[in-house]
Design a protein around this ligand. Structure first.
Ligand code: ZN
Length: 209
């Protein structure tokens, strides 16, 4: 699925701010789903989706305790170091984001990250809408989760109906029709194919295997 196709399936929100925050969160998960992520890519995501929308000032460093910190605009020897430190930090942040979102689609659902984001002031009401305003020392995962919190708090019914978080690959998607909110369309198809194989007679199973 291309970026464009995926964005085309994002639910329509009444507010541009909510849609923009959701796009920011989804894009973070997309750009960090790579073995070759470079710090320049993360810095570009931060600039386009966090700074340009007024959520946060431009930061020189992002944090993800205890994985450490990474400079967003390093030069010279610091660039190699930042790129070397990046995978651990981003993997930690991404796992926390996906884990928190997955809580929303489990039974019973766990929305503690939404309450934490409100409690910490990372999302707040402003002129009748939710906005993300993480503090500059917020961990990267906290920044991303505050972006997701904006559409989730604004239109709670939409995620209760449509949000899917894949337990295999961590993909976040929206699908009103699905029966497997814990699997993306790719892994749901694989699971049902596997199910078909294991339900088949042994002779067919050998042939298929
Ligand atoms: Zn998946």
């Amino acid at each position: 699925m291309t970026l464009h196709q995926m964005h085309a399936t994002l639910p329509a929100f009444s507010g541009a701010g909510e849609r923009r925050a959701l796009l920011a969160g989804i894009t973070f998960l997309e750009v960090t789903d790579s073995d070759r992520l470079e710090v320049a890519t993360l810095a570009r995501w931060f600039e386009e989706h966090v700074v340009a929308s007024g959520c946060m000032p431009r930061l020189s460093v992002v944090l993800e305790p205890p994985a450490g910190s990474v400079a967003l605009r390093p030069s010279g020897a610091a660039l190699a170091r930042a790129n070397a430190d990046l995978p651990r930090l981003v993997d930690t942040a991404r796992a926390r984001v996906v884990g928190a979102l997955r809580g929303l689609v489990t039974v019973p659902s766990d929305d503690r990250f939404l309450r934490a984001a409100i409690f910490l002031g990372r999302v707040r009401r402003h002129e009748g809408r939710w906005i993300a305003r993480p503090e500059p020392t917020a961990p990267l995962s906290g920044i991303v989760l505050s972006l997701f919190a904006v559409p989730l708090l604004s239109e709670r019914a939409f995620y209760e109906r449509e949000l899917c978080v894949c337990e295999v690959c961590g993909r976040v998607s929206f699908d009103r029709a699905t029966s497997s909110r814990g699997l993306c369309h790719v892994h749901a198809a694989r699971v049902s194919a596997l199910h078909a194989v294991t339900q088949a007679p042994a002779s067919r199973r050998r042939a298929a295997g």
